[in-house]
Design a binder for this molecule. Sequence first.
Ligand code: SF4
Ligand code: SF4
Length: 316
Amino acid sequence: MELRNLGCTEITVSELCFGALPMGPLQANLTVEEGGKLIREALESGINFIDTAQMYQTYNHIAHGLKGFSGDVVVATKSAAHDYQGMENAVQEALKVLNRDVIDIFHLHAARVTPNVFKEREGALKCLLDYKDKGYIRAIGISTHNIKVVEKAAEIQEIDIVYPIINKTGRGILEGTVEDMLAAIEKCDIAGKGLYAMKVLAGGNLIGELLEAIKFGRNIKGMDSISIGMIRKEELELNLKIFNNESITEDMLPKVISTKKLFILERFCKKCGKCIKACPNGAMELGEISVKVNHDICLLCGYCYPVCPEFAIRMV
Ligand code: SF4
Ligand code: SF4
């Protein structure tokens, strides 16, 4: 697996990043042992980069996978905390539960925000800077769906890493087209930011064109790594073959094709609107009987499940 420097940082990562969102309770809900085993297999196969978040609830899975592993591993996490105290709690939780002395990359988790995020969450950013100064964080980043935020991040010296959503269909991108996002990514690259790609498979929606979708991500100028969520050994093996530039046989592909869809149990939905607020992609709106999902833009991220007090949201 090719290793690359993340922008101007001294952090070296594998071209394939292990996305830990899908194994957690927001999606597949693997046990800590099952998830940890898959992560360990990934590490032993040459992946050295894991992406997670406070809200994914996969720190225990990662800690289990890392236990006793002697190689260098880069862990990126993120928090949606708005102020200093919230972010401090998030950093301390990550250090403790991941059982790490240092978090390699800590992002502002900022999917659906405007460029004002740097002002609105300056307390949270200040906390990350303080923890970086104290040696508990190696690099500070931002993860976002918004092109304008990616453009703004290129100008902000304190931001070392940018984690933008990008895929060949533009699904999930806010404030412009695929081409606009590519231009914003190039701006970050020129500014020396480390870059890795989020949702090149559009949350699984592009699984039927997996090879083309991954090729698109790998060909983006300045993109140091690609994060792909994995929950099965077959997926790991296929992704390893792709990123190691090995030949793929047709029989490997169908095993990873899934037809997951989000749906709402109408009779349980109380139309409280909490899921609408939580959706980073504007894929939900109030309908006559219940909330409705726009399947053309839903990224299957699962951010909406935990906020539903009625357990009305399911992915099957
Ligand atoms: S509807 Fe739910 S699963 Fe779909 S994009 Fe929004 S939060 Fe994610
Ligand atoms: S959070 Fe649950 S109850 Fe509230 S609108 Fe969404 S689906 Fe309905």
